[in-house]
Design a protein around this ligand. Structure first.
Ligand code: WTA
Length: 643
């Protein structure tokens, strides 16, 4: 499958939490005796107010799963309070600011005070168990305080990535009926200010039910203020008590909603619950990163994505770990920043996205090799397939062929790692996410839904429930069933294609649906299309992905202007601006091609397969075009292909 060599488990991991034999035995048990396996893990990793009655009850046909029903616990207590007797003065977060001169340590005791104060502020403003709170924040510790403050009082947080536009923010606030928003005056990334409060103000014009907007002062920049609604974080928390009685939650009470893109319609509010989610985030954190007490662990994701939820906040804190949170970007002030931070804070584990690795690789070795990186023990990647060349550079140049790489495959919907090497157990094949994690029962299906035995390629599905699985799409359970549990009844459909080699290693090939993965950010082609056709000069649009050296996938848009409208550079710019306005800078199209017509079947369905091939410049390989209503459309698109 790959000409790249196998990398054996290094001797330095011979005393890892999980070795190869333990992996095999624990995996077998987790599949054969899931109740016993997960009950043990739940006792080991979490502190419960009350034990559960049943471990799991699930029905994939209904998209239903209940884990640890009857059990009670609080996520913030599990992430903070229970560590205090031994670890009050230990660092919970190291915060590294955008400016290299700016960093601080936050201990578990300080974390508890900050979380409780904010929780009390929210309670005073009327937030109760089950209420939704929107968090629209830069990468500052207050983002984590806000999540944990919600968890403490049983409110459901909905973190919206700080790079989303006011439009996107508004849609998410309204969809889950958030009545409180927590934001900052401005964010700071790569030396540039991000107008978060101004964006929130614009969104809130359309959200009359939001009664409170808590504002963290990050830059001190000028902002507008609405008396009564807007509250300064520093003023409100200064007056609040540092003790806050936690709400004892049912294991199945919601912990958070996180919006993610699908192949159709608007983003879905993926809902995760308390017990199962926290358990699997905690367990995978410890085993996949082979976490050792006192080590510094750094995940470069944003808390606006699931990786930030599970592997900056909940997983690390549930293990009493030291989690580094970085406000900036890997290339500011220059491409050596990550490795400077590794040396500065003696980082042992570095977990990032392939797009960042490719971008840093492109700059060359010097920014890496001028640092020591002696503290590094383990590397990780997440978010998209990693090409073996980038993997090898990461392994050899960054990790000096000494640090294993855990290539972790999972999704917002899965809540935690699903397929991943374990550094003390798995010989690594560059580009393969390798084996399923404990309790993850995988299959590859043929088009007709039959299971592939042994080596082969097909649709990646999960055969049985796992604790951190998505519970519902907020407000639309039918959409959960339709999206994940109907394509192949009895299975959870991931939307990804994968192959399995003769050694049982899984190789993820990417999405098989109309979901793009641009720099690790998930985006529905339908979302970009809807933005484009909002322009009154545009009749129709079709969006596909194409291979991009750094971003993994770029956004290629075929756009049909209204009759009589002449395409122009100005119109192109307006369309790009429209995508940025509607979704955010991550949705900026890479290519806009004017298309007098789109290839459609006689029943009017756009044949995206052909559009993808043209975007990829695979013109020899267009496949059957005979079913098109007007095959000449394709010739025109090829002739005018944007390069
Ligand atoms: C892709 C991110 C290959 C995949 C945690 C999945 C990956 C989607 C990997 C989920 C990986 C994630 N190798 N592909 N290691 N990790 N993906 O919801 O297509 O933002 O379906 O969750 O990213 O993206 P999401």
């Amino acid at each position: 499958m790959s000409e790249f060599p196998l990398h054996k488990v290094p001797a330095s991991f011979s005393d890892a939490h999980i070795n190869a034999e333990m992996y095999r035995e624990m995996y077998r048990r987790s599949i054969d005796e899931p109740d016993a396996f997960w009950a043990e893990q739940a006792e080991k990793f979490l502190t419960w107010d009350k034990p559960w009655d049943t471990v799991v009850e699930a029905d994939f046909l209904q998209g239903k799963a209940e884990w640890f029903a009857g059990g009670k616990l609080n996520a913030s207590v599990n992430c903070i309070d229970r560590h205090l007797p031994q670890c009050a003065d230990q660092t919970a977060f190291i915060w590294e600011g955008d400016d290299p001169a700016d960093s601080k340590h936050i201990t578990y005791a300080e974390l508890k005070d900050s979380v409780c104060k904010l929780a009390n502020v929210l309670r005073e403003r009327g937030v109760k168990k089950g209420d939704r709170v929107c968090i629209y924040m830069p990468m500052i510790p207050e983002a984590a305080y806000a999540m944990l403050a919600c968890a403490r009082i049983g409110a459901i947080h909905s973190v919206v990535f700080g790079g989303f536009s006011p439009e996107a923010l508004k849609d998410r606030i309204l969809d889950s009926d958030c009545q409180v928003v927590i934001t900052a005056d401005q964010g700071l990334r790569g030396g540039k200010k991000v107008p978060l409060k101004a964006n929130a103000d614009a969104a809130l014009e359309h959200c009359p039910d939001v009664h409170t907007c808590v504002v963290v002062q990050r830059t001190g920049g000028d902002i507008d203020w609405q008396d009564g609604r807007d509250v300064w974080y520093h003023e409100a928390t200064a007056a609040a008590s540092a003790d806050c009685e936690p709400e004892s939650m049912d294991a199945e009470d919601p912990l958070f909603i996180l919006y993610t893109s699908g192949s159709t319609g608007k983003p879905k509010g993926v809902l995760h619950t308390t017990g199962g989610y926290l358990l699997q985030a905690a367990m995978t954190f410890k085993y996949v990163f082979d976490y050792r007490e006192g080590e510094v662990y750094w995940c470069t994701a944003d808390v606006g994505w699931v990786t930030g939820h599970s592997y900056i906040v909940y997983g690390p804190l549930a293990n009493g770990a030291i989690s580094l949170m970085f406000e900036g970007v890997p290339t500011y002030p220059d491409a050596g920043r990550c490795w400077e931070v590794v040396d500065k804070h003696q980082v042992a584990t570095f977990y990032t996205a392939p797009t960042a690795i490719r971008a840093l690789h492109a700059v060359g070795d010097e920014p890496v090799t001028r640092s020591s990186r002696a503290s590094l023990r383990l590397l990780g990647t997440v978010g998209e397939p990693i090409n073996p060349e980038a993997w090898e550079w990461y392994y050899q140049t960054v990790g000096e062929s000494r640090c294993p790489i855990v290539d972790t495959w999972w999704q917002t919907e899965t809540g935690a790692h699903m397929i991943t090497p374990l550094p003390g157990a798995t010989d690594l094949k560059p580009g393969s996410a390798s084996f399923p994690m404990f309790g993850v029962n995988l299959a590859l299906l043929n088009e007709d839904g039959s299971e592939i035995e042994g080596p082969g390629a097909g649709y990646l599905v999960v055969k049985s429930p796992w604790p951190s699985q998505i519970r519902t799409v907020y407000g639309d359970h039918q959409r959960l069933i339709d999206t994940y549990f109907s394509t192949y009844p009895g299975y959870y459909f991931t939307g990804d294609g994968a192959s399995r080699d003769e050694d049982g290693y899984y190789w993820i090939t990417g999405r098989v649906d109309d979901v793009l993965n641009v720099s690790g950010h998930r985006m529905g082609t339908a979302e970009v299309e809807s933005a484009l056709v909002l322009h009154d000069k545009i009749a129709e649009a079709a969006v596909v992905g194409f291979p991009h050296d750094i971003k993994g996938q770029g956004i290629y848009c075929y756009v049909t202007p209204m009759d009589g409208v002449e395409p122009s550079e100005e119109l192109r710019k307006e369309l790009i601006a429209l995508c940025v306005k509607e979704i955010g800078p991550i949705a900026k199209p890479d290519v806009i091609q004017w298309a007098p017509g789109l290839p459609k079947t006689r029943s009017g369905k756009i044949m995206r397969r052909i559009l993808r091939k043209i975007a990829e410049n695979e013109l020899q390989n267009l496949g059957d075009t005979s079913t098109l209503a007007d095959p000449s459309v394709v010739d025109n698109l090829i002739e005018n292909r944007a390069s």
